[in-house]
Write a protein that binds this ligand. Structure first.
Ligand code: GLP
Length: 240
């Protein structure tokens, strides 16, 4: 299902409403969360809504999609830091219920396996929130990632390094590798909401809209899912 709104604000309100509905009806839900600039207004809206009408979030569990390798949790560009800044510091979710891949692990293979297993042990993700890269990546699953992948290490593509270097002082500071939940982990979520806003996402959204299911466009895997909502602002929808 596609939902197209005029503004980012409306996109954020709708997405927040979906998150609130989930928390209200299933206070013990396991949420898959995303980072990136698209999510900032969503999390701001979510915090504002919870501030006005509080809900019990203390029984939620969260799993984030990805993390840069080599950045500690207190590095300002790490996704762990981002999530605490934009959401967790102001929410009453116990720290032990919050999960992100560990970018500093010295046993990557076992850390990856544990991450996917931990999601399964919780009964899978009840709702997965997703952004999309301009090259169609979801999480950090770059083009040609297997649709059967579990949490794994990724070498970031040139396009992703260019796109995300805006958050670092320069491109050289930007990590070359990341850990990401796999596409199969994402597809096993019971409900998925993909959010894309802005002109710079128009091309990839058109590609997604018209493409067949193909590993060259990771987000096209989502077309196999039976409970997917794609939420766009007018700008991201201009080429559909
Ligand atoms: C980043 C993240 C993704 C995110 C995407 C879009 O690299 N790994 O999880 O959805 O790229 O980011 P943005 O919202 O900043 O455009």
């Amino acid at each position: 299902m596609y939902k197209i709104f005029d503004t980012v604000d409306e996109v954020s309100r709708y997405t927040t409403q979906r998150l609130l509905d989930k928390i209200r009806t299933q206070p013990t839900a396991t949420l898959g969360l995303a980072t990136g600039s698209t999510m900032e207004p969503v999390y701001a809206q979510l915090l504002a809504s919870l501030h006005n009408s509080p809900l019990n979030v203390s029984k939620l569990t969260t799993f984030n999609l990805d993390e840069y390798i080599g950045l500690s949790a207190d590095h300002p560009q790490s996704y762990n830091y981002y999530m605490h800044q934009h959401l967790f510091n102001q929410l009453d979710i116990p720290e032990e219920s919050i999960h992100l891949p560990d970018g500093l692990t010295d046993n990557i293979d076992s850390a990856c396996q544990c991450y996917s297993n931990a999601i399964k042990d919780k009964g899978g993700l009840d709702l997965q929130l997703l952004g999309i890269g301009t090259n169609g990546h979801i999480g950090f699953n770059e083009p040609l990632t297997s649709f059967n992948s579990r949490t794994h290490v990724v070498e970031l593509s040139e396009q992703t390094r260019i796109d995300n270097s805006r958050f670092f002082n320069n491109k050289a500071e930007m990590p070359t590798h990341a850990l990401t939940m796999g596409i199969l982990d994402i597809l096993e979520a019971k409900e998925i909401i993909l959010v894309a806003t802005g002109k710079h996402k128009a091309q990839v959204m058109a590609q997604l809209f018209h493409s067949s299911i193909d590993e060259s466009l990771p987000a096209s895997a989502l077309k196999k899912h039976n409970n997917l909502t794609i939420v766009l602002d007018r700008e991201a929808a201009t080429l559909l």
